[in-house]
Design a protein around this ligand. Structure first.
Ligand code: FES
Length: 184
């Protein structure tokens, strides 16, 4: 009679690495979800550090996982790797990112994020209208930016600059709407 073969995994396979055990680059990659090549890149940028064991293999302290998560979170938020490298370089305790470090980093990045959110919101809301770039090719350009008057304020798409757009929307838009019989 055929019996189902039950393969029991050895207890060694089920054991989790001890909390203090240094990890190989493969283990770090598996746990962090970051490719080995990216980990090597982080290392060449000085973002993370490893030591070498007797067999000359790279070993990483488990605390590097937290640092990698912080790097990933920052990258996801659109912060450049150069800025991340610069800001992480002030962490005093090597690869260990403490709660206080995280607090400082997130406060520094918050302003950058707020600014980015403001610009992206503006971009989302303005993209289908005149953005004041000097092209004068959109339907509303001649009303909003007659004869490219916005070019006097500086180079680039002026209405994608939050401060300029805000002032423009408050001070000039009501008149433009009135004069052109436009309604929101
Ligand atoms: S969209 Fe370019 S000037 Fe209006």
């Amino acid at each position: 009679m055929l019996r189902p073969q039950v393969k029991l995994r050895s207890s060694a396979n089920l054991m989790k690495p001890s909390k203090n055990k240094d990890l190989s680059v493969g283990e770090i990659s598996e746990r962090s979800g970051v490719a080995v090549s990216a980990l090597h890149f982080y290392e060449t940028k000085g973002l993370i550090k490893s030591t070498r064991n007797n067999a000359n293999h790279r070993r990483y302290n488990r605390s590097v996982l937290r640092k990698i998560s912080v790097i990933k979170a920052a990258q996801r938020a659109g912060i450049t790797l150069n800025d991340i490298t610069e800001q992480l370089s002030v962490i005093s305790n090597g690869d260990k990112v403490t709660s206080e470090d995280w607090e400082k980093l997130s406060t520094a990045w918050k302003k950058d994020l707020d600014d980015r959110i403001e610009r992206l919101t503006l971009l989302r809301d303005t993209l289908s209208y005149c953005i004041g770039c000097g092209c004068l090719s959109e339907k509303y350009c001649e009303m909003i930016n007659p004869s490219d008057r916005l070019g006097n304020k500086g180079a680039g798409a002026q209405l994608l600059e939050p401060k300029i757009a805000d002032k423009f929307n408050k001070e000039e838009m009501p008149r433009i709407m009135r004069e052109n019989n436009l309604k929101l």
